[in-house]
Design a binder for this molecule. Structure first.
Ligand code: MLT
Ligand code: MN
Ligand code: ZN
Length: 310
């Protein structure tokens, strides 16, 4: 299986256009060693020919331009991107769908809640009907099920499983205050030829027994690296919300509650990679103390352009 990290940043990317925090200002001036990051999306493929996008970031045009694997191959108009799977209905994960409007009808895989949000609060899919259109494939993780296994015909060789996980619906969703099953999913992706597997979850509010089991069963985990500390935004004067308020589990635990690092420590995966890094997170600075902590734990930080082969 081939994995391309198209965008390793959280909403806003890095540096964020209006942000003057130590990271963003430091990156602009060259005072810190930290790479720019576009907003959250990866692409996966079994054969390197047909690709599936996991989330569609507002930076999608630039992300495709940077990756020859995703360029058109033959005929006047062409794309190796065969489908898009959405993990939730957050702006940084879905607005790139508009950037695909010049192409063929989008084969779109999402849960019922996400289809609802994208036809009501943020009616992107209604708008797209006037362009390429979308064909809906329902990921049925609701109705008593928490897992839904599927394959994508046009991108053969992969078996995907959507897993309902704790998280948050977007601020514009009627479910923001009270999460509904299906607002957020993680994905397990297995290569049918060699059995290798990836666990992908850019937004994960809590790692319970179930999530830990899924993470431990994967060869590679690419998980929520949004915040180092739960109150990181407040401490830096950037906002009032905690990581928990936004549906993200911070790397460091707080008030006796384990953090993502504790979960990763208990995970058997060969590769452990943090992704969806917010611009406030000190791990963006390659020379920071938190970065050394990650190094000592064998945890990697995803960067734009990172390629993982399993
Ligand atoms: C989030 O995951 O909480 C988002 O990155 C927020 C956003 O898109 O602004
Ligand atoms: Mn996000
Ligand atoms: Zn910043």
């Amino acid at each position: 299986m081939k994995i391309l990290v198209l965008g390793s940043g959280a909403g806003g990317g890095f540096p964020q256009w209006n942000c003057n925090c130590a990271n963003c200002a430091g990156q602009r001036s060259g005072r810190i060693r930290a790479g720019e990051r576009t907003q959250s999306s990866i692409a996966v493929s079994a054969d390197g020919q047909s690709w599936v996008l996991l989330n569609a970031s507002p930076d999608i045009g630039e992300q495709i331009r940077r990756h020859p694997q995703l360029h058109p191959r033959c005929g006047p108009r062409d794309t190796p991107i065969k489908a898009v799977v959405l993990m939730d209905a957050q702006i940084d994960h879905v607005t790139g769908l508009l950037g695909l409007r010049e192409g063929p009808c989008i084969e779109l895989y999402a849960t019922r809640c996400v289809f609802e949000d994208l036809t009501s609060g943020l009616p992107l899919l209604d708008v797209l009907q006037h362009y390429c259109g979308t064909r809906w494939h329902m990921l049925a993780v609701d109705g008593g099920r928490t897992c839904f296994e599927f394959e994508i015909e046009a991108a053969p060789g992969l078996r995907l499983t959507a897993l309902a996980i704790p998280g948050k619906a977007p601020p514009y969703s009627p479910h923001r205050r009270e999460q509904v099953v299906g607002d957020n999913i993680a994905l397990r992706i297995e290569d049918l030829a060699d059995g290798s597997s990836l666990f992908y979850s850019p937004g994960l509010a809590q790692v319970g027994e179930q999530e830990l089991a899924w993470m431990s069963a994967a060869d590679c985990v690419l998980v929520d690296g949004t915040f180092w500390q739960d109150d990181e935004m407040q401490r830096a004067g950037l906002g009032a919300k905690t990581a928990g308020d936004m549906g993200h589990l911070a790397q460091q635990g707080s008030a006796g509650r384990p953090g993502m690092l504790d979960a990763l420590r208990d995970t058997g995966a060969a590769r452990k990679v943090l992704i969806h890094i917010n611009n406030s997170n000190p791990i963006l600075d390659e020379d920071s103390a938190p970065r050394r902590v990650l190094d000592s734990l064998g945890i990697e930080v995803a960067h734009d352009g990172m390629e993982i082969s399993l």
